[in-house]
Design a protein around this ligand. Sequence first.
Ligand SMILES: *[C@@H]1O[C@H](CO)[C@@H](O)[C@H](O)[C@H]1NC(C)=O
Ligand SMILES: *[C@@H]1O[C@H](CO)[C@@H](O)[C@H](O)[C@H]1NC(C)=O
Ligand SMILES: *[C@@H]1O[C@H](CO)[C@@H](O)[C@H](O)[C@H]1NC(C)=O
Ligand SMILES: *[C@@H]1O[C@H](CO)[C@@H](O)[C@H](O)[C@H]1NC(C)=O
Ligand SMILES: *[C@@H]1O[C@H](CO)[C@@H](O)[C@H](O)[C@H]1NC(C)=O
Ligand SMILES: *[C@@H]1O[C@H](CO)[C@@H](O)[C@H](O)[C@H]1NC(C)=O
Length: 681
Amino acid sequence: MKLMLILCFSKLRCLHVSQFPHSGSFVSNLHTQYLPSYTKTINWNTTHSFVRTNPLLSLLERCKSLIQLKQIQAQMILTGLIYDSFAASRLIAFCALSESRTLDYCTKILYNTQHPNVFSWNVTIRGYLESGNVEGTLLLYKRMLQYGMLLPDNHTYPLLLKACSYSSLNFVGLSILGHVLKFGFEFDIFVHNALITMLLSYGEFETAYDVFNKSCVRDLVTWNSIISGCVKRGLANEALDLYWEMEAEKVKPNEITMIGMVSSCSQLQDLNLGRKFHQYIEEHRLDLTIPLANALMDMYVKCGDLMAARVLFDNMAQKTLVSWTTMVLGYARFGFLDVARELLYEIPEKNVVPWNAFISGCVEAKRSKEALTLFHEMQVSNVKPDEITMVNCLSACSQLGALDVGIWLHHYIRKHNFSLDVALGTALVDMYAKCGNISRALQVFQQMPQRNRLTWTAIICGLALHGNAHDAIFYFLEMIRTGLMPDEITFLGILSACCHGGLVEQGRQYFNQMSSKFNISPKLKHYSCMVDLLGRAGHLEEAEELIQNMPIAADAAVWGALFFACRVHGNVLIGERVALKLLELEPEDSGTYVLLANMYGEAKMWREARHARKLMKKRGVEKTPGCSSIEVNGIVHEFVVRDTSHPLSGQICDYLISLTRQIELLGLTPDISAFGDNTFP
Ligand SMILES: *[C@@H]1O[C@H](CO)[C@@H](O)[C@H](O)[C@H]1NC(C)=O
Ligand SMILES: *[C@@H]1O[C@H](CO)[C@@H](O)[C@H](O)[C@H]1NC(C)=O
Ligand SMILES: *[C@@H]1O[C@H](CO)[C@@H](O)[C@H](O)[C@H]1NC(C)=O
Ligand SMILES: *[C@@H]1O[C@H](CO)[C@@H](O)[C@H](O)[C@H]1NC(C)=O
Ligand SMILES: *[C@@H]1O[C@H](CO)[C@@H](O)[C@H](O)[C@H]1NC(C)=O
Ligand SMILES: *[C@@H]1O[C@H](CO)[C@@H](O)[C@H](O)[C@H]1NC(C)=O
């Protein structure tokens, strides 16, 4: 990429200004809706001597509305003052920057001024940028170049670069960069800092760092730009390294640097380091601004120190919606739903954001039933759900297997014209796949205009879950063909597909490809999947060897998969060895004792079987109850082993028994050993 950039530079260097893309469509599909709104209003007032001496201009400085402005403008036309480009620029500045901003009128005056100065262009560009109109900002720049009499200055480029960093069109930004180099502004510190921010927003960390490292102009703002750029891109380690470098160069950090540092700790979930920065802030008496306090709270919540976050929250003189939302999310995530709800209802002016935080916190805390209840509560409170609400509720459905609610949400999404963007589409695919209707999942998948890695992963895992091994492999190969990189979860899906389909050879191949081709080191889950695959197919020795050669210590799930295979294949020799390993790792797990005893029993080794049961009694192991849930007609029913609290418990048990009989009639023996020995009715 770096090489490409350099090529771009050299190409752009020889571009004539008039060759700048003119089509007008090059900015047409910029996404402007996520632009942060500026809160700071810039004073457009001036103390220029001309203003002080000219009565019309000094009147203009006190102007309050567009109507007054038009009266003054009329006077300026009558007196001919309008032909003075400085005087005209005052009119333009009022329209662009004052509280009663009117950009249409602003450009009208600008385009009708005979010789607008750079200042006029600057303020208009700034006005467009501050109102969040990236497209307009860039088009104005184009007009400015076309006008041809003036060259942009070192105030123009930071505005343009900032506009580019909000857009997703890298080539526009790179063209502007070409102009920066062409007009020789790369050594201007304002331009320089804006350039670093823009490069980081494109994910070009290395290029940005290179620009940063090579620069001879560097101030605290430069450090802050590169640090906060890293944090925004999730490069927390790089941000921290930069901070140590900055400290070594004896540059004093300020509040903005600290926001970056605290956010890095929160990304890395490093509570100790986070506390150290908090201490630093207090010791050096840095101003605990609202954003900094919010960042600290977020860090404490993410690192699990809810009390510290609460103390900060309670001491805040002024709480913003972000502060409230952080606390609501924190309490929800740790399962304190009552406290979260109390806070939610206390928020003075709330919109959909804290509701979304609450719902997603519930989903994270695996309290999905409550998440769906909240969704209803939210609608009763007249808060309009948005795409994020939908994504969270769909994840709740996925967790619960609540297909009916999921279908209802899908209707809701269609009825309210939510756009099927990548996040929402992926959530739908995942919901249908996990709730058992893979054909609908495939349908949504086909309808999606754009898909990312997560979408492909959801469909691959869904197909695996439904036992469609060959389709899963087909989609996996298709995904790679479209140029997307599979991740750990994709591989988990593909390996479990191979496992369900008994495709040993393919399984081995994909498992090896993980590290050799995609540079992903297998995790415990991949190993247990692979062991399961080999074990089911009867390759018990190979599976045991795989475990012994693992670079990480095998956990109970990995050994458990092998143990299961040993039981299926009646291999007491390996099974015994594996069971002892399992008992070492999880002496409290009743299942292992029971299964071991059953295995001995099946091999008619009665003495050993009795011994295993005795050992369990001696160790005082309690059976942990199994639990499952199912949704019927929109109501979620939960079942815990031996729990008879369900109103239809008797009938359900009767039906289970009759099912078992039917299975036996077919000449099969139902395998109920997995339930333990005395839990089945
Ligand atoms: C602009 O400055 C003048 C005097 O310098 C002052 O009287 C006037 O109120 C100011 N206008 C605004 C909008 O700040
Ligand atoms: C525009 O550029 C002029 C110098 O040409 C500068 O004085 C002014 O502050 C700039 N205005 C804005 C809004 O950036
Ligand atoms: C902009 O450039 C002018 C002259 O080229 C210089 O005097 C001024 O300090 C620069 N402004 C900034 C903010 O870099
Ligand atoms: C930064 O520049 C210095 C020389 O100015 C060089 O020694 C160092 O390796 C550079 N760092 C990186 C990461 O490129
Ligand atoms: C959704 O779009 C259709 C047609 O474009 C329109 O008739 C309907 O009113 C819209 N619904 C909502 C809730 O905006
Ligand atoms: C999945 O949904 C389709 C309707 O889109 C339906 O015809 C089909 O029976 C459903 N399949 C299952 C397994 O529920």
